[in-house]
Design a binder for this molecule. Sequence first.
Ligand code: APR
Ligand code: ZN
Ligand code: ZN
Length: 230
Amino acid sequence: GKTRGVESLEKYMHGVDTDLDKNDCSICCEKLSEASSYGEGKAEAHAVVELNRCGHQFHKLCLLEMYHSIHKGGGLQCPSCKTIYGEKTGNCPPGYMQWRLVQDLTLPGYEGCGAILVSYHISPGIQGPDHPSPGHSFTARGFPRQGYLPDCDKGRKVLKLLMEAFQRRLMFTIATSHTTGEANTVTWNEIHHKTEPYGNHSGHGYPDPQYLDNVLMELAAHGVTEDCLR
Ligand code: APR
Ligand code: ZN
Ligand code: ZN
């Protein structure tokens, strides 16, 4: 519930009360020395907090409001620098992920090895409380969706991290698709996949020498790093 969420967030921040007129709250764009735009009539309207590790400051009520309005479970993410406090989880609807080796498939740029084919299976359903329109239906187009990885050490590491991201419900979300314009549908969630092995007609295929490094960065932006595999 809400109360528990707030209590567990408190450990990531501390109150501050000096030099508040120097900076704005980047959530509501008011000066930190003024009341939070979300604070009308509330005792804590002037409370300002600093996040422990990155040091960014916000109105406490603005930060809590942001957390609850875009909250998809788990950790808190600094809106200024994206530092993650706690473990971030997403709101991917139920489904499953599979992978298999395709030994006789050679991905351009990875001539020395075979490929790994990852697939995701998600069905349409009804949106839950952590989705944009709770109680309304959502569609799921193009499933099972597939992604190709080279079957080399780095590709296998990416596979493990993709599995971790899927478990944390980070791989897909429910949103308006940029590609089709359809609302309330399952979409990729900022962790790119190579959905084409070669040809690269969509821009989502091989060759792409930067791909493994890029997807490792995208995973890290969601808090999924090699540390998670220990
Ligand atoms: N392959 C992989 N990723 C894609 C593709 C594609 N063909 N098209 C878009 N993306 C990435 C985008 O770069 C963006 O980061 O997915 C993210 C979300 O874009 P949306 O268009 O909102 O997502 P979605 O509707 O899920 O997907 C678009 O991807 O796998 C295909 O069948 C799927 O055609 C659909 C396309
Ligand atoms: Zn504010
Ligand atoms: Zn920050």
